[in-house]
Design a protein around this ligand. Structure first.
Ligand code: CA
Length: 243
């Protein structure tokens, strides 16, 4: 996971980055609230570890402003303030979990793992579908790739939602046609191919292989993390062939 550690005690910040780095995370640090807020508003972090007491903008303010801007990245708040009302204030501001200082690193790592497992939720409590860097929010009818909004039509959205509900599962054209077009008369399976083409144009980036993989003779599947060999055609080794 890509983690931003917001901690003004330089030594502790470095130590946290090192400990999280050893667990395989890409951990970066910010030492004040304003820098952290500016970065978290535009950069796609998977988790924020935020100290409460920070110069200029404190941890609670950082979280409040992120939530106000609809940034729903999980936040683990650190603080020496262990009063019950403080804890409530931190959680009310939009933090997902809270760890009182001083803490043991194994406990921090356990909380980070727990937050990583928790599916992100929107404000209605409905689960946001995520696969790789693509996030689909059914309630908001919104798709983001690497944090950037992707505008889709209603059918494109329904098609992507169907595929993303089961990443890796192969859907035949007729199943997709039934699910998305609901047996509309006059809709043929080649309409599926056409909409897959539209989705790829909107979702795929540069040289990377398509998120939506053609399984020859079978149908389509959403690939959460396609392997890019760096060789051959930009589409990768899988022949992208429409029938
Ligand atoms: Ca501090």
């Amino acid at each position: 996971m890509r983690i931003l550690i917001v901690e003004d005690e330089e030594h502790l910040g470095r130590l946290l980055a090192e400990v999280l780095g050893r667990e395989g995370h890409a951990a970066e640090t910010a030492s004040d609230g304003r820098t952290a807020l500016a970065r978290a508003l535009v950069e796609p972090f998977d988790l924020l570890v935020v100290d409460w007491m920070l110069p200029d903008l404190d941890g609670v303010q950082v979280v409040k402003r992120l939530r106000a801007a609809d940034v729903r990245v999980p936040v683990l708040m650190l603080t020496a303030r262990a009063q019950v009302e403080d804890r409530v204030e931190g959680l009310d501001a939009g933090a997902d979990d809270y760890l009182p200082k001083p803490f043991a690193f194994p406990e921090l790592l356990a909380r980070v793992r727990a937050l990583a497992r928790r599916p992100p939720e929107n404000e209605t409590g409905e689960t946001v579908l995520t696969a790789g860097d693509v996030a689909l929010d059914p309630a908001r009818h919104e798709v983001r790739r690497a944090g950037e909004r992707v505008d889709l039509t209603a059918k494109e959205f329904a098609l992507l939602a169907t595929l993303m509900q089961r990443p890796g599962q192969v859907f035949t054209r007729s199943v997709l046609l039934d699910t998305v077009w609901g047996g509309t008369t006059g809709a043929y399976t080649n309409v599926v191919d056409l909409y897959i083409h539209y989705l790829r144009k909107k979702l795929d980036v540069g040289e990377e292989p398509s998120r939506i993989r053609t399984v020859h003779g079978a149908g389509y599947t959403f690939d959460p993390r396609p392997e890019y060999s760096g060789q051959g055609s930009p589409q990768g080794p899988e022949p992208i062939q429409e029938t």
